[in-house]
Design a binder for this molecule. Structure first.
Ligand SMILES: Nc1nc2c(ncn2[C@@H]2O[C@H](COP(=O)(O)OP(=O)(O)OP(=O)(O)O)[C@@H](O)[C@H]2O)c(=O)[nH]1
Ligand SMILES: [Zn+2]
Length: 212
């Protein structure tokens, strides 16, 4: 079996247009060894049948969930910027977010709503969720995730303003710790025109409006 067959999901993820060497065999082997130890330390038997491939699966899953470290959000936006005279607000809402908190490495997940007002250029719509994923697939706090998305769009696209709202549930607050099952955390970040109340209200109305 060659290496590619051994690691068939090496190309999975959001790097459709840029090859990243994240799933290399050395790294997977190192991580698998560490996870083998983790299984032992928590009182499991890593040699029982159901767990034989678990360290390798965990290694691959962790590399997938943190692949944002190997991706460049600025490059992604620059790869699809088009000159266009459209000057109204562009809103992409309800973008699924899956990230992991840097304190417990447990998932937090929910939705991101992103808007910008073009200043001579628009960006390919799919690039906005891709930028969200680049920053979400790292160890994060929700506040920093929100600011990083805002700053990347503002600095790369140079629009008249950017608005970002993220709503997430944190498993570290529901599965363990304080064990609150229904709390949702909302964070927001704005630049330019979105610092004005009128623009911000328009954005907030658009993301709460129902289609149809
Ligand atoms: N601000 C912020 N805090 C977060 C985020 N994700 C997790 N946390 C919090 O990080 C904090 C870490 O607090 P610590 O007291 O060091 O950790 P802990 O003893 O496990 O805390 P508990 O979760 O309260 O049991 C907790 O209050 C978490 O709820 C996030 O995205 N943003
Ligand atoms: Zn946490």
């Amino acid at each position: 079996m060659n290496k590619t067959d051994a690691y068939p999901d090496r190309d999975e993820g959001i790097d459709g247009y840029k090859k990243i060497d994240r799933y290399n065999t050395g790294l997977i082997d190192n991580l698998s060894g560490l996870y083998h130890n983790v299984l032992e330390q928590i009182g499991e038997d890593p040699n029982r049948e159901g767990l034989l491939k678990t360290p390798e699966r965990m290694a691959k899953a962790m590399l997938f969930l943190t692949q944002g470290y190997d991706l460049n959000a600025e490059e992604i936006l620059k790869s699809a910027m088009f000159k266009e005279e459209y000057s109204q607000m562009v809103v992409v809402k309800d973008i699924e977010v899956y990230s992991m908190c840097e304190h417990h490495m447990l998932p937090f997940f929910g939705k991101a709503h992103i808007a910008y007002i073009p200043n001579g250029h628009v960006v390919g719509l799919s690039k906005i969720p891709r930028v969200v994923d680049v920053f979400a697939r790292r160890l994060q706090v929700q506040e920093r995730l929100t600011n990083e998305i805002r700053d990347c769009i503002q600095e790369t696209l140079n629009p008249l303003g950017v608005g970002v709202v993220i709503e997430c549930r944190h498993l570290c607050m529901s599965m363990r710790g304080v064990q609150k099952q229904n709390s949702v955390t909302t964070t927001s970040a704005f630049t330019g025109e979105f610092l004005k109340e009128k623009t911000r209200t328009e954005f907030l109305n658009l993301i709460t409006a129902k289609l149809g």
